[in-house]
Design a protein around this ligand. Structure first.
Ligand code: PAF
Length: 283
């Protein structure tokens, strides 16, 4: 039977009981509107822990002033039904005032410099501070042994790993591969923003990343030119690209000729949806 918990006191009582019984706890933090990408995280969490906590919290701190905080899809009834079916033990669904008792403007925040300023951080300046802060709060409230995050937000995953390492947070951070629609589009709650015509175009983002990967595998090493060509192709298709970038997988720096484990990342607007995607590329 899945418990749905809002107050912190109730959350703590349950967590303490599990910890006293030496049970391994895994956390899957989400903003709800769950899809198969989230359910894969949950299934993996269930396979590696005794107790699984899923949090659903649309975190206002990670949305810019002009972004979609108010309209972000909220589907708690469907989400909780599905999580209960999967066998999740506790759904934590806090209120904004519970997470930020001093108010959002006055709350203590976590900044992961450099890594938060590039790629998505360049066009979404408050995003990663909001993510790192809320994830740290959730870690402190739930004190899980493991926490699982999707690799679609690869920069977010690295920032959380860096935060955990720098602050000596004793939680294993686990990245889980992207789950895709049959046509290749990476699953995302924001895919619902696409109209039918945009939805047909959206999978080209992944196709273009795949084409870049093929070219790099065929020894093309002029990454800047490949990035510009990809941006041009995206524009031709009707995207408004934010970036396409070949980076080192371990720290998202620009690769040197010695670097062999790469990742190609992209973010592009398609109508009202800002889509992100990435693909690993080993030389
Ligand atoms: O990836 C998300 O859904 C969010 O950024 C997260 C990690 C739940 C923090 O609000």
């Amino acid at each position: 039977m899945m418990k749905i918990v809002t107050p912190i006191t109730e959350l703590r009582t349950q967590i303490n009981e599990w910890r006293n019984n030496k049970q391994c706890i895994a956390l899957v933090p989400t903003m709800g509107n769950l899809h198969d990408g989230h359910f894969t995280l949950v299934q993996q969490a269930l396979a590696i822990a005794d107790r699984v906590v899923v949090s659903i919290f649309v975190n206002p701190l990670q949305f810019g002033a002009t972004e979609d905080y108010q309209t972000y899809p909220r589907t708690l009834a469907e989400d909780s039904e599905k999580l209960a079916q999967l066998g999740v033990h506790l759904l934590f669904n806090p209120m904004v005032t519970t997470i930020y008792p001093s108010g959002m403007e006055s709350t203590t925040s976590i900044q992961v410099p450099k890594l938060s300023e590039i790629l998505c951080g360049a066009s979404r300046p408050v995003f990663f501070k909001g993510v790192a802060t809320v994830v740290n709060i959730l870690f402190n409230l739930i004190q899980p042994d493991k926490a699982l995050f999707g690799e679609k937000d690869y920069q977010q995953l690295l920032i959380i790993k860096r935060m955990a390492a720098d602050l000596f947070i004793p939680i294993q951070i686990i990245g889980v591969p992207i789950v895709r629609e049959p046509d290749g589009l990476a699953m995302s709650s924001r895919n619902h923003y696409l109209n039918p015509a945009q939805r047909v175009v959206a999978p080209y983002l992944f196709q273009i990343l795949n084409e870049m990967k093929t070219k790099i595998a065929a020894s093309q090493r002029e990454f800047t030119r490949l990035e510009s060509e990809a941006i041009e192709s995206l524009k031709q298709l009707g995207f408004n690209p934010d970036y396409v970038s070949v980076r080192c997988r371990h720290d998202l720096t620009i690769p040197t000729p010695q670097d062999k484990k790469l990742i190609i990342l992209a973010a592009a607007w398609l109508g009202p949806a800002r889509l992100i995607d990435n693909i690993f590329c080993d030389l």
